[in-house]
Design a binder for this molecule. Structure first.
Ligand SMILES: CC(C)(COP(=O)(O)OP(=O)(O)OC[C@H]1O[C@@H](n2cnc3c(N)ncnc32)[C@H](O)[C@@H]1OP(=O)(O)O)[C@@H](O)C(=O)NCCC(=O)NCCS
Length: 163
């Protein structure tokens, strides 16, 4: 694990850097996410602020404040006690240094202190690197699958971590 980075909770004033890292993620890894660059490019500043306010969003940044990664925990509106882990991304130059693990841990720790009893996520079948990361952090496939909304020929595996 590198000390070059810190992981912190995003606040409303981070909406612009939050937008930048999210749009970078959607541009660089379009098949990794259920949303699309086209959809989120159209969001206005208030939508980005609302997204931060409505979730536990974490940012990984360098000593000089450059945001290089993000992950978010959001309460599942239909499943009390379930936190959804979404929008996990680490920029290519920062990969392979344990930031993925640290971002997952931040979301899981927050879910636990918010009283959730499980964290759920979806990972597309063509993303074995991300699935390895989640398995290393204790997640296991539930056996459930869903189609990736904008590429329904691909499936996403549901994974869960009990808290
Ligand atoms: C998936 C993703 C978030 C992983 O981020 P990351 O910061 O590279 O994750 P980690 O560093 O924790 O782990 C990645 C690899 O580095 C290795 N690693 C972890 N800590 C390390 C360290 N201190 N030094 C060297 N390597 C390390 C891990 O063992 C892992 O290897 P593996 O892929 O062979 O299992 C990143 O590749 C990404 O953003 N991909 C595109 C978007 C995406 O797929 N998001 C997930 C959607 S479900």
């Amino acid at each position: 694990m590198s000390d070059r980075y810190r992981v912190r909770r995003a606040v409303a004033e981070d909406w612009s850097v939050s937008r930048a890292i999210r749009l970078q993620a959607l541009a660089e890894a379009p098949l990794a996410f259920a949303s699309t660059l086209e959809r989120e490019t159209a969001f206005d500043p208030d939508q980005w602020r609302e997204r931060i306010a409505g979730a536990a969003q974490f940012l990984a940044e360098t000593d000089d404040g450059e945001v290089v990664g993000t992950a978010t925990g959001v309460a599942d509106p239909g499943e009390p006690g379930t936190t959804l882990l979404v929008a996990m991304f680490v920029a290519p130059p920062a990969r392979g240094q344990g930031l993925g693990d640290r971002l997952v841990a931040a979301v899981v720790d927050q879910a636990r202190s918010d009283g959730a009893d499980r964290v759920l996520l979806h990972v597309v079948e063509t993303n074995p690197g991300a699935e390895r990361l989640y398995a290393r952090c204790g997640f296991a496939r539930t056996g459930a699958t869903v189609p990736l909304p904008h590429r329904p020929d691909l499936i996403e595996h549901e994974m869960v971590l009990g808290l």
